[in-house]
Design a protein around this ligand. Structure first.
Ligand code: SAM
Length: 376
């Protein structure tokens, strides 16, 4: 029997991992890789009710090792935590609605699809229509499309700055602009760790893309190892380094399969003080190594733990595979109930493991999101 228990944390909102549409990357895989083993379906894809049996981590293409059996207490938890990135440097989110978002990236206003923006926009349509760049095309989250420049034709790149680091904004074929600004909050945290550590820190940036996080860490004084499977992405990262005249900073740019790299670091006994890992849902290493988030993440984290230094300051995982956020339905509910008074409360519905005896609370399993309006 499932016991119903309501938890009302003090925070203003409840929820787990922020959910963002998946992003494309250089070397984006085909929708259905021919020889990849099929991953288990993410349980939060609520449209998908039939769960496939989970594929064991050992199905991965890369050489692997078994998971370490870990005893000891689970670390105490602090949930829910909503990490909120406001604008920083040249970026801020201007408005959202009708399945779109309007963002400011330096001199440009940009309109891109945003499946979670179910509510109407706040600003008048002429503001949206005045954007410098509009991404049109496949409404599928990972879909190809093209950029339209209603006012004047723009070049492929333009200079930007975040947290004191220069880099290039970039109109890519898959709607992305060369940076994921929601991660500013992680990067600001990391910068502070590096600046206040009173010792040189080693930072590992896995799936590092255009290297903004690596540059922030290095500029703050860290020794950085940046790993990405895409030559093109590493090239963009190096361009960003050159733009900010940061060539002398200690960054190792490594074009390799992330899993292979960390397995090697583990064998060699190399350690890091901070690890950032931002794996895509699906990816490929330079030699065709297959990465599937739901198959390989447990092993990846297991290895990351082993290569954390004894005085490590953090292991930061970002996952975008979850396709909805409670904020989507929450804001929609609030828009819908305007003028009704009361309160809208939103979050996730979870089932707590209860053990064989039905009385031993274990881990929380997220099943769905909820939003409810109540009169008081
Ligand atoms: C989610 S992005 C990282 C974004 C970056 N951390 C940021 O916030 O700007 C994913 C990156 O993973 C890389 N990638 C995909 N599969 C990989 C693999 N097997 N090993 C290493 N990198 C991979 C892609 O080339 C891409 O640059």
């Amino acid at each position: 029997m499932v016991k119903h228990r309501e938890s009302r944390p003090g925070q203003k909102a409840a929820g787990g991992l922020g959910a963002k549409p998946r992003r494309d990357m250089p070397g984006k895989p085909p929708a259905k890789p021919a020889h990849a083993s099929r991953p288990a379906k993410p349980s939060r894809d609520h449209s998908e009710r039939t769960a496939e049996p989970r594929v064991a981590a050992s199905a991965a293409a890369a050489p692997e090792r078994p998971l370490i059996v870990r005893n000891g207490e689970r670390p105490p938890e602090r949930v829910p935590v909503i990490l909120e990135s406001l604008g920083a440097g040249d970026f801020h989110l201007i408005d959202s609605g009708n399945g779109l978002k309007l963002e400011q990236y330096g001199p440009y206003r940009i309109v891109r699809p945003e499946a979670q923006a179910l509510w109407p926009p706040t600003l008048a349509s002429h503001v949206w229509d005045n954007a410098e760049a509009i991404f049109t095309g496949d409404t599928d989250e990972d879909g190809m499309g093209r950029w339209r420049f209603p006012r004047e034709a723009l070049g492929e790149t333009w200079p930007l700055q975040l947290l004191g680091v220069d880099f290039l904004g970039r109109f890519t074929a898959f709607r992305h602009v060369g940076v994921f600004p929601e991660q500013i909050v992680h990067w600001a945290w990391m910068k502070e760790q590096v600046e206040t550590a009173k010792r040189p820190l080693k930072v590992l940036n896995l799936f590092g893309y255009t290297g903004v996080a690596s540059l922030v860490a290095a500029a703050a004084g860290a020794e950085v190892t940046h790993v990405d499977a895409s030559k093109k992405a590493i090239g963009w990262a190096r361009e960003n380094q050159a733009l900010g005249r940061m060539e002398k900073l200690p960054i190792r740019w490594i074009c390799e399969d992330a899993m292979k790299f960390i397995l090697r670091e583990e064998r060699r006994g190399n350690k890091y003080d901070i690890i950032l890992t931002d794996p895509p849902k699906f990816g490929r290493g330079p030699n065709g190594e297959v990465w599937h988030l739901f198959e390989h993440l447990p092993l990846m984290l297991d290895i990351c733990r082993e290569i954390l230094s004894p005085k490590a300051l953090g292991l930061v995982l970002t996952a975008y595979s979850i396709r909805a956020s409670f904020y989507s339905i929450h804001e929609l509910m609030r828009e819908t109930m305007r003028g009704a008074g009361g309160v809208v409360e939103s979050g996730e519905l979870v089932i707590r493991e209860a053990g064989l005896d039905g009385r031993t609370p274990g881990r929380a399993l997220s099943t769905s999101l909820f939003s409810r309006w109540v009169p008081k």
